[in-house]
Design a protein around this ligand. Structure first.
Ligand code: NAX
Length: 332
């Protein structure tokens, strides 16, 4: 393999999503069989020792595409020269914790990691934030890494998109590949907005195929907004394999040009968006990739009163989160 090594950072390397993600990246699944990959894995010092075991297992797979593993608890060392940073690790929400407590706790993590990326990343480093609350954590990271292009920052709503595609297919009694243009707007939270107005089933508007509009406006919405909680309830732990799968989908969408007429959901900087969403938010939009990390908003989607109302709720939540963390960045 003569190609330049692709360096991918994964934080939270001893956690459950990383355990589902690292092996798939190392195997060549993301970048192809002729692309050498190096993994840069970050953890907190208390569990850093576990990374030794993760690295041993990665080597024991004898993946031909895996050429190097860097691991540790120092963000500046681990992030040095990475092409793609998957920021998965975050402090979990503990019992009784309010959303603002979680924001404050994780703000510290993402301020530090943003500053580290600013110092040792490259100007082309792509950053995908998964650790929750991922939109605002992504906003913090972006603000703390002004040397990187703001358009290189992304947060994950791809899992919500995939969940939505499955639910529509199930309801319509079709296979999931019949679902096109499934889209999530806004925040990856309980205010997220699954868009059934612009999605299609076998190229027809969803509302023509699923005539139970009450289900679309109520059960479908709630199913998606509460899916993460339902998985915790059923499994006793949050989504891991499906989250890792969505991270790979999101990274692949960035790398490869999106086929004409299709789009995917990605939380990106809202500046210059064509839908009137306030600027300077990390907001989930319909996006099309032109490849190699370059992307555009999809223009001209339909809006109705229902969608507009839901968008304003999720936008307001993101504005409040942003205002709350602004002062934390200033004080740090
Ligand atoms: P785990 O608790 O299994 O693992 C998280 C790991 O991150 C732990 O090993 C912890 O030590 C590490 N960590 C904490 N602070 C760190 C820091 N400063 N630097 C490096 N590592 C650090 O959680 P897991 O199930 O892997 O989930 C990780 C994050 O993904 C959580 O915040 C979770 O809420 C979020 N999710 C986001 C999703 C999305 O669609 N955006 C879906 C899945 C998931 O819920």
């Amino acid at each position: 393999m003569t190609k330049k090594v692709m360096r991918v950072a994964v934080t939270g390397g001893a956690g459950q999503i990383a355990y589902n993600l690292l092996f798939r990246i190392a195997s060549g699944e993301l970048f192809g069989p002729d692309q050498p990959v190096a993994l840069h894995i970050l953890e907190i010092p208390q569990v850093e020792h576990a990374l030794v075991g993760v690295a041993m297992e990665l080597w024991d797979c004898a993946f031909t595409t895996l050429v190097d593993i860097v691991h540790g608890a120092d963000a500046k060392t681990v992030f040095k020269d990475v092409d793609l940073a998957l920021l998965v690790g975050a402090s979990p929400r503990s019992k009784g914790m309010q959303r603002n407590d979680l924001l404050a706790q994780n703000a510290k993590v993402f301020i530090e990691q943003g500053r580290a990326l600013n110092e040792v990343g490259t100007k082309d480093t792509q950053v995908l934030v998964v650790g929750n609350p991922c939109n605002t954590n992504c906003w913090i990271t972006m603000k703390c890494a002004p040397n990187l292009d703001p358009r290189n920052f992304h947060a994950l709503t791809r899992l919500d998109q995939n969940r939505g595609a499955h639910q529509l297919a199930h309801k319509a009694g079709v296979s999931v590949d019949a679902i096109q243009r499934m889209l999530i707007w806004g925040n990856h939270s309980a205010t997220q907005v699954p868009d059934f107005l612009n999605a299609q089933i076998n190229k027809k508007p969803v509302k023509e195929v699923i005539t139970d509009h009450h289900w679309l406006e109520n059960e479908f919405f709630e199913l998606l907004q509460q899916r993460g909680a339902a998985i915790i309830e059923a499994r006793g732990r949050s989504s891991a394999a499906s989250a890792a799968n969505a991270i790979l989908d999101a990274a692949r969408s960035l790398k490869e040009a999106t086929p004409t007429g299709e789009w995917y959901s990605d939380c990106v900087i809202s500046d210059d968006n064509p839908y009137g969403i306030e600027k300077d938010l990390i907001f989930s939009f319909p996006c099309q990739s032109v490849g190699d990390g370059k992307w555009d908003f999809v223009h001209g989607l339909q809006m109705d009163a229902f969608l507009k109302e839901k968008l304003s709720i999720t936008q307001q939540e993101l504005i409040e989160e942003r205002e709350y963390v602004k002062k934390l960045i200033k004080e740090s």
